[in-house]
Design a protein around this ligand. Structure first.
Ligand code: NAI
Ligand SMILES: O=C1O[C@H](COP(=O)(O)O)[C@@H](O)[C@H](O)[C@H]1O
Length: 300
């Protein structure tokens, strides 16, 4: 990809996982409403390529979009408890502003951060908790209708529909990644559901790299690692994008410790993290909205 890639929400958890993995591989434009400290910015990204802007501001987004070849759109309210006024503004209106600017300026590829919560309603009482276990065969594969379990999930389903519209109407390639639960170094601790939908940092970076490299029309894929226990299929991500994840939550104990070859907990195993930026201290991203009270945030 020769043209710059615009990354919205660059300062957040997912944005930082991507930049730590593939930050040296592309020419970036980084947009976030919060100024990015140097520690969050890969070498080679100049001040001119950093945009402090709100995605609901069409002029600011249009300026950042000029000359861009692809977009990874992450900015938004990530809370499953987010109120309607916030998801309406940040997730629905903001996504329309970014997609509209993308089609207006001839962007070829657009990757949208959707969520497991777009389909959370399939986790019915009669399916759970079996659904979260490796011997349960139930799988969602991305062809099912959205079935949100909260207003945040509704906003993600709306973003997927906006992507469908802008693909059909304007020909832009759009991939919606229903991201599971991103944590660094180990799966979410003592959280069965989170372990079933774990997305490691390196698999996250690899997956969005494939979103930039592969050829597709309109796709909905699940963004999780190669977890033995899972209820999301990653077959479409493999087929359409060439996604080949490296990590599996089954390689960790329920408490999040790496298992050895014999299945026992080991000391000093290489964690499924990322290389980090060269010559930089690790700087974990903090969510910029108040944290969900019931969301495990360790290692995210
Ligand atoms: N972290 C996860 O496990 C998952 C994340 N997602 C989605 O991925 C995306 C990124 O999530 P995280 O990195 O976890 O969230 P985060 O809160 O860590 O990062 C979001 C970033 O977007 C920026 N932002 C928010 N609203 C903005 C606006 N109106 N204009 C400009 N910038 C704005 C924030 O300043 C922040 O840096 C979100 O859309 C979220 O819904 C989906 C599923 C799982
Ligand atoms: O969409 C999202 O999903 C993940 C996982 O959901 P959870 O219900 O298991 O917490 C969440 O951590 C993230 O904040 C959210 O944006």
């Amino acid at each position: 990809m020769d043209e710059p890639v615009l990354l919205t929400g660059a300062g957040g958890r997912v944005g930082q996982a991507i930049l730590r993995g593939i930050g040296d591989d592309y020419e970036w434009r980084l947009l976030d409403r919060e100024p990015l400290p140097a520690v969050k910015v890969p070498d080679g990204v100049t001040d001119a390529d950093r945009y402090v802007a709100d995605i609901t501001d069409p002029d600011a987004v249009r300026e950042a979009m000029d000359g861009v070849g692809a977009v990874i759109h992450l900015a938004g309210d990530p809370r499953k408890t987010a109120p309607w006024d916030s998801v309406l503004r940040n997730n629905i209106d903001g996504t329309q502003v970014v997609m509209r600017a993308a089609v207006d300026t001839g962007v070829e590829k657009f990757a949208f951060a959707s969520s497991n919560h777009a389909v959370g309603g399939y986790e019915t009482d009669d399916r759970t908790p079996d659904l979260y276990r490796p011997d349960d065969g139930y799988r969602l594969d991305g062809t099912e209708l959205p079935r949100p379990g909260n207003l945040y999930g509704v906003s993600k389903a709306a973003g997927e529909s906006l992507g469908r519209f802008h693909h059909d109407e304007h020909g832009m390639s759009v991939v919606c990644v229903r991201i599971g639960n991103l944590t660094k170094d180990h799966p979410p601790r003592e959280y069965e559901r989170g372990q079933a939908m774990w997305l490691s940092h390196r698999d996250c970076a690899h997956l969005f790299d494939r979103c930039l490299q592969a050829d597709y029309g309109y796709e909905i894929v699940y963004g999780i690692s190669n977890n033995d226990r899972r209820y999301y299929s990653i077959e479409r991500a493999r087929e359409a994008l060439g996604y080949d994840p490296a990590d599996n939550s089954a390689d960790y104990t329920f408490e999040g410790e790496p298992k050895g070859d014999d299945g026992e907990t080991t000391e000093g195993d290489e964690p499924a993290g990322d290389g980090g930026f060269p010559n930089r201290d690790d700087a974990p991203a903090e969510p910029n909205f108040p944290t969900d009270p019931d969301t495990p945030t360790d290692g995210a």
